[in-house]
Write a protein that binds this ligand. Structure first.
Ligand SMILES: [Zn+2]
Length: 446
């Protein structure tokens, strides 16, 4: 039941309107309402003159025109009182609601068609050798609720507006401003439909918010009934942008309040880069323009992350054109490899000097306490006949050199299996190493 407004009665607690940052002077509300209803209205020196349509005259005892004390608070004879419970306010509310329990309104400034959004979204992107278009966009009306409570601000009658979002949550003052909820216009024809259950749920949520806002200030206060309930229809947009470059396409979904929708950066799946500038690799991967570079070996346009630096030439090239050098551990173009004349390993040119790799040049003196040498001798016991050893290792092999009087022996073994990869001998009378044929190796190794 609606409680009377006005001075508090001893049988009721004082009625209060909830606090709100969105307030509207009663006179401004009346001006707005008459304009929305297209009722002939003019104003001189704070007195409003209303020429009533024939259908509305019965509400005012048959009068064809009435005068409203808009900026004059003191009642004067012949002026129609604007009290919230007076016949003028009741008539105004009924006309605004058009026979329903709530008025239907929408923000004056919000996109109402897909084309209103498409320019804003599409122009944000630059697609190299391709295009962007809307791959589907749906605009849906979501019902917010505005509860308008009669109040007094510094002695002036006002309406305090309290907003509830479509899910029953309260609406922050920044969202009120962003969505232009303080600049509404009445929907005259065929507003979206809201079922009674939803309207009831939103109204209950609004009353709950109002009660909380009121009792926080004054625990004894009871909340006044709202003077007017308005359903505020807010456009929500969802869809996706489609980027097409050659045969490749990729999509970027979007969703949000249509008024606030801003183009979001495309986040590339492979590089993870965020961008508004898209391009495609030669094999059709759509990514950030800045992440696509040229392979200096093939000239192909590829992702930066797929290139490696050749340790010999310094060129950035696709990994498929490179090998890992077992001595340096670095990648190099496979055309920049050579074979070490000592250990017979394929190594990058950067570690070769006079056709001898860095590992073979850097053999270090060792003895049979070196666990690496112990493993090699354990696997190949014939090598125990050699006393003096030097050793080096690369990524995959051990290189060991033994010397005994005039003779020298070189053995290259796999680090994991200790299998012999290369075996050679020489003497002081011979230049270079002479490989030992597999058939003759047993004699040296056992
Ligand atoms: Zn070598």
């Amino acid at each position: 039941m609606q409680r009377p407004l006005g001075p508090s009665s001893p049988t009721f607690p004082e009625l209060s309107a909830p606090e709100s940052e969105v307030c509207e002077d009663r006179s401004d509300f009346v001006r707005w309402a008459l304009e929305q209803l297209h009722i002939d209205f003019s104003e001189v020196h704070g007195i409003g003159h209303v020429r009533l349509p024939a259908r509305d005259r019965s509400a005012f005892g048959g009068q064809a025109e009435i005068w409203l004390p808009l900026d004059k608070l003191e009642a004067q004879q012949l002026l129609e009182p604007l009290d919230w419970e007076g016949r003028f306010s009741r008539w105004l509310r009924n006309r605004l609601c058009a026979g329903e329990s709530a008025m239907h309104v929408c923000p004056g400034e919000q996109p109402t068609a897909v084309k209103d959004l498409s320019d804003r979204l599409l122009h944000a992107y630059h697609v190299e050798r391709g295009k962007v278009h809307l791959g589907g966009c749906r605009l849906t009306d979501f019902p917010f609720l505005r509860l308008s409570f009669a109040a007094n601000e510094n002695g002036r009658p006002t309406l305090r507006h309290l907003f509830v979002a479509h899910d029953g949550s309260s609406v922050s003052s920044s969202l009120v401003a962003d969505l232009c909820l303080d600049k509404l216009q009445r929907i005259e024809k065929r507003p979206p439909r809201i079922d009674a259950t939803t309207l009831g749920m939103l109204t209950a949520a609004g009353r709950h918010t109002a009660a909380k806002a009121t009792t926080q200030r004054d625990p004894e206060a009871a909340v006044v009934e709202p003077f007017l309930i308005s359903v505020v229809w807010i456009k929500h947009a969802s869809g996706q942008l489609q980027f097409t470059i050659g045969e490749s396409t990729t999509a970027l979904p979007f969703s949000g309040w249509a008024k606030l929708l801003q183009a979001q950066p495309f986040v590339a799946e492979k590089s993870g880069a965020s961008t508004f500038h898209l391009a495609a690799t030669d094999d059709g991967c759509v990514d950030a323009f800045d992440e696509i570079v040229t392979c200096e070996q093939s000239g192909r346009h590829v992702l930066r992350q797929d290139l490696v630096c050749c340790s010999v030439t310094g060129k950035w090239v696709l990994a498929e054109f490179t090998e890992s050098c077992p001595v340096s551990g670095q990648a190099a173009l496979d055309t920049k490899f050579g074979v070490c004349t000592v250990c017979q390993q394929r190594v990058s040119q950067v570690v070769l000097e006079a056709n001898i790799c860095g590992a073979c040049r850097g053999l270090g003196r060792t003895n049979k306490d070196d666990p690496r040498l112990m493993w090699i001798l354990g696997e190949h016991p014939g090598l125990h006949r050699w006393k003096t050893w030097r050793l080096a290792e690369t990524q995959y092999v051990y290189i060991a050199e033994a010397s005994r009087r005039l003779k020298r022996l070189l053995i290259v073994v796999d680090k994991e299996t200790l299998a012999v990869r290369h075996l050679a001998t020489t003497s002081r009378l011979i230049a270079g190493w002479i490989p030992v044929a597999p058939a003759a190796q047993n004699e040296l190794l056992h």
